[in-house]
Design a protein around this ligand. Sequence first.
Ligand SMILES: [Zn+2]
Length: 245
Amino acid sequence: MTILFVVLGLVFGSFGSVLVTRIPGGKTIVGRSGCPHCHKTLTPLELIPVISYLFLRGRCKECKVPIGWMYPTIEILSALLFLAAWQLHGEPITAALLGLVLWLLLIIGFIDAYTQTISDLLNIPLLVLAVLYSMLLGQFEIGGIVLGVAFFGAQWLLSRGKCLGSGDIILAAGIGALVGSWERMVACLFLVYVIGALIASTLLLTGRVKRGQYIAFAPFMAIGAIATVFFQSRIDQFIALYIGI
Ligand SMILES: [Zn+2]
């Protein structure tokens, strides 16, 4: 089962890297992948996640143009998320649902980081699957969704859609459905902002981004949500201790 989940994660990761390169450009997501430089179609052997990247030494076989490090990174991260989902639940259906939800968060984060867009093509499935996952676990509560939507909806209204997009609101609803209660959503938003502040200040200090430049927010939301899922029992203990429920 462990191996099955790693393989599942690699396969979805490979499909995910295709989505990252095709969704923002509005390209079709079906059809064989090819080298973006010389347009050579990839053979089945060149489509094996991670292994073909290592085998080709990170270069296109035809034109020798480097293949982005993003592809194997997404594949490896996706495999780790599916594996962690399996370790957390040890039950195939719940673990597969969680794996898919985390995979969608990963892809949404990458697309936003590179193109500053959040696709509803991924957002809506995330919301639906997160609701299913929470229902299956018996932790579904409307509170997390309401808080997420209210929190980002208010910012959206106050900034008249300038400071964040409607995609962020739907993403927040999906994350709310994933974590469940409003208390956990508070913890999740706290993590999102701490992680966001740490990464944004690092990017500023190292000169990777300039002051006033737009920094995508979905990657922080994805990392915060993933952390909330895996530290859920700690967070629940904290909530019980300090909010007294
Ligand atoms: Zn090529």
